[in-house]
Design a protein around this ligand. Structure first.
Ligand code: PLP
Length: 411
């Protein structure tokens, strides 16, 4: 079966609304990528179908040969998935987006598409835990080596690059310490050494930060987080120039980590409120960070929106706001941190984030629990550190919930 060939309808961002290039980001989030069917539906439709049919044997032959555009099979293309891809591509300012079954599938597909045995990655030390496992345990098995550097230390990035380096990979701001890297400067370093820069933009989303505009080659998303925004589905995406994304698309359609139409529909609807949500998350997180910083039981707050943050000026320059995630160190050790977490009644004790519901977690014993003591020390994951991903509940209720444990520490 010649399932490798098909034409223009192969997920390229063709056929956009004629005015799209004039639209602001909040309009794109609501309107971009929708393809209304002959039913004239107002909201985006869902196409839960594995395959597509043809009017004749000749039409099927043309579609399989790639002589005529059109859907064949939902591992390759699906209209609902395409709407999400086109909407996210528009928001990130990228030529093309390929959706995947999870954020990890987006990173894996990118690596499979761009790298081969003998190639190297340079990545920031403060990455999502599964990303580190993917790089070391699985890509390592196929002869791809990853070197880790301090996120904000540009000379360290450059020093870690070798002739085999093909990809630089970073998350900014970092989780949970909110460290920031200068994306534009990092892109210049990558390009000087013939490497690509990929930015995992999960924490800020295109509503607050657009890495492609700053010179990054690829943006990676876990749609599971703020693109959905309500903790309902797992998914991911890669955005960038058409030529690179054609390679990523080849991996997804052949190897199979494709996004389900139902989840794509959830994410497209999630994007409609992305701008509003990210503004509200950020405003609440900033106010909470300032309030925590002034609390006598708090030793330190890590949030790039605070004046006290070492890279506040850079964060202001490259971000529209500072996102929902903050780290706070309480006075005391693990017991003190756990007592604050356990005193909450509203916040959800969970390692997840990107939800309307505020979440609280103790990184040293959960998300970063597998690191050795030395690795934790290098990464700044201390025993008294708590991570909060600020949701959309009333801020006074969130403060009341945290004050219960914090006040008890100083009583
Ligand atoms: C959650 C997350 C991922 C992985 O995404 P999944 O959808 O869980 O596979 C990757 N990067 C970051 C920064 C994340 O927070």
């Amino acid at each position: 079966m010649q399932d490798d060939a098909f034409g223009d309808d192969s997920g390229k961002q063709a056929g956009n609304h004629p005015d799209e290039s004039q639209w602001a980001i909040d309009t794109l989030a609501i309107r971009a990528g929708q393809m209304r069917t002959h039913e004239q539906e107002h909201s985006e439709p869902i196409f839960p179908t594995s395959s597509f049919v043809y009017g004749s044997a000749a039409e099927a032959a043309r579609k399989f040969a790639g002589d005529e555009p059109g859907n064949i099979y939902s591992r390759f293309t699906n209209p609902t998935v395409r709407t999400f891809e086109r909407r996210l591509a528009a928001l990130e300012g990228g030529e093309r987006c390929v959706a995947t079954s999870s954020g990890m599938a987006a990173i894996l597909s990118t690596a499979l598409a761009l790298l081969q045995a003998g190639d190297e990655i340079v990545a920031s030390r403060s990455l999502f835990g599964s990303t580190v496992s993917l790089f070391d345990k699985y890509l390592g098995k196929f002869g791809i080596k990853t070197r880790y550097v301090e996120l904000s230390d540009l000379p360290a990035w450059e020093a870690a690059i070798t002739p085999a380096t093909r990809l630089l990979f970073a998350e900014t701001p970092s989780n949970p310490l909110s460290e920031v890297v200068d994306i534009q400067a990092l892109a210049e370093i990558a390009h000087r050494h013939d490497a690509w820069l990929a930015i995992d933009n999960c924490f800020l989303t295109p509503a607050l930060q657009r890495p492609l505009e700053l010179g990054a080659d690829l943006v990676i998303h876990s749609a599971t987080k703020y693109l959905d925004g309500q903790g309902r589905a797992i998914g991911g995406a890669v955005v960038g120039a058409d030529a690179l994304l054609e390679e990523v698309f080849g991996v997804v359609r052949t190897c199979g980590p494709c996004l389900s139409p139902f989840n794509a529909w959830i994410f497209s609807k999630g994007l409609e409120t992305l701008g509003l949500r990210m503004k509200a998350h950020s405003a609440a997180a900033l106010e909470l960070a300032q309030w925590l910083e002034a609390h006598p039981a708090v030793e330190r707050v890590h949030y790039s929106g605070l004046e006290s943050h070492a890279q506040h000026a850079l964060a202001r320059r490259q971000q529209r706001a500072f996102g929902a995630v903050l780290g706070l160190e309480v006075k005391g050790g693990r017991e003190a941190a756990w007592s604050v977490i356990d005193a909450t009644r509203l916040l959800s004790i969970t390692g997840n984030l990107g939800d309307a519901k505020t979440t609280i977690t103790h990184p040293a014993t959960t998300t970063h629990g597998r690191l050795s003591d030395d690795q934790k020390a290098i990464a700044g994951i201390s025993d008294n550190l708590i991570r909060i991903a600020v949701g959309l509940e009333d801020l006074e209720d969130i403060k009341t919930d945290l004050a219960r444990g914090l006040d008890a520490l100083t009583a």
